[in-house]
Design a protein around this ligand. Structure first.
Ligand code: ADP
Ligand code: MG
Length: 323
């Protein structure tokens, strides 16, 4: 039987969720969601366009997973608990195999982070996926980009540059295979949103952002919003074992990835000096490395130095659309 819009929604997207705050989910004109008392609603949306946000040969499972993960990362950066997603799907055709895999990827992320798919929209056109995600945070506790203060330490979770290096393999700009390459590809296609870490950190940090466009670009957003400058030590940027195995320290161009490449979805936060050890301990409890990479300064400039103190000038400073 051919898939029409409604059988498509029923077959692939109407799944039971464990959340009892979804009073009414897929099937009516809108969903009804119950906010917990004393909380602020936090909402984010991200759109993935074929060939722009994922390589055209990406698996549908990975596309589904990543479409939700990028939004989870935005909520993590606010210190919020994710809860309800809506999905706007534009498809060139209703391909049953593609939809099945896409939905499996989407719901894999949804189950991992206890998110309910509460509604959406389905249309025909060039492959485009928008996911809106809503969640909540105790009143007044959401972490903004604008709170960084001079003297704050700049901490970053996890490892940087893995997704960017993985992308170079996915696009055929670098060749190779093996376990290290597989690890990078998995970081590119199935990013882990640092949701638990964001929630744990929200009482300890002044400002936070997720690293989606690259450390340089995203730290710049914090600096603009907080009206301050920063110094970052590029040699201290955390590089995974896989990264170090594939890129030698002398290879300057590829070694820039942890500074400029996007898609790692780690958390970058500004922490007052007296809270740094607590923040580190919270990350350690979640088995996540956390690295102190620099300090917030007066002024408006982001200065990157190497361990010899030499100032580093970057030309390619992160991914931007329309440029
Ligand atoms: P309406 O015309 O009232 O906007 P639709 O026909 O677009 O309703 O959608 C019917 C129901 O299916 C709604 O509850 C909507 O939220 C849900 N829905 C549509 N597309 C999707 C999708 N891709 N994923 C999840 N739910 C969807
Ligand atoms: Mg609709």
């Amino acid at each position: 039987m051919p898939l029409n819009e409604f059988s498509l929604i029923n077959n692939y997207f109407q799944r039971e969720s464990r959340r009892d705050d979804v009073l009414l989910g897929i099937g009516d004109d809108a969903a009804i969601l119950c906010m917990p008392d004393g909380h602020d609603l936090v909402a984010a949306i991200d759109t993935l366009v074929d060939g722009v946000h994922f390589p055209e040969n990406s698996s549908p499972f990975d596309i589904g997973y990543k479409a939700l993960a990028v939004n989870l990362s935005d909520l993590a950066a606010m210190g919020a608990t994710p809860a309800w997603a809506t999905l706007a799907l534009t498809l060139p055709e209703a391909d049953a195999e593609w939809l099945e895999q896409f939905a499996n990827g989407f719901f894999a992320a949804a189950e991992e982070y206890n998110v309910a798919l509460a509604g959406g929209d389905t249309t025909r056109g060039p492959l485009t996926i928008s996911v809106q995600l809503q969640g909540f945070v105790p009143q007044g506790k959401a972490v903004r980009r604008s709170g960084a203060q001079v003297g704050d330490h700049i901490l970053v979770s996890g490892m940087l540059g893995d997704a960017g290096l993985g992308l170079a393999y996915a696009l055929g700009q670098r060749e190779g295979q093996g376990e290290a390459v597989e690890q990078l590809l998995s970081r590119l296609h199935r990013p882990s949103a640092r949701v638990a870490l964001g929630i744990a950190l929200r009482d300890y940090v002044h400002a936070m952002i997720d690293v989606s466009d690259g450390l340089w670009a995203d730290l710049q957003h914090i600096l603009e919003a907080s009206r301050c400058g920063a110094q970052v030590n590029i040699d201290s940027l955390p590089r995974s074992q896989a990264f170090q195995q594939l890129v030698s320290p002398e290879d300057e161009a590829w070694n820039r990835l942890p500074l400029t490449a996007g898609d790692d979805f780690e958390l970058l936060c500004c922490v007052p000096a007296e809270q740094v050890s607590s923040a580190m301990a919270l990350a350690a409890k979640l088995d996540l490395p956390m690295t102190d990479i620099g300090v917030i300064e007066p002024g408006a400039e982001l200065r990157c130095v190497d361990k010899a103190g030499k100032l580093y000038h970057s030309t390619q400073q992160g991914y931007q659309h329309f440029t």
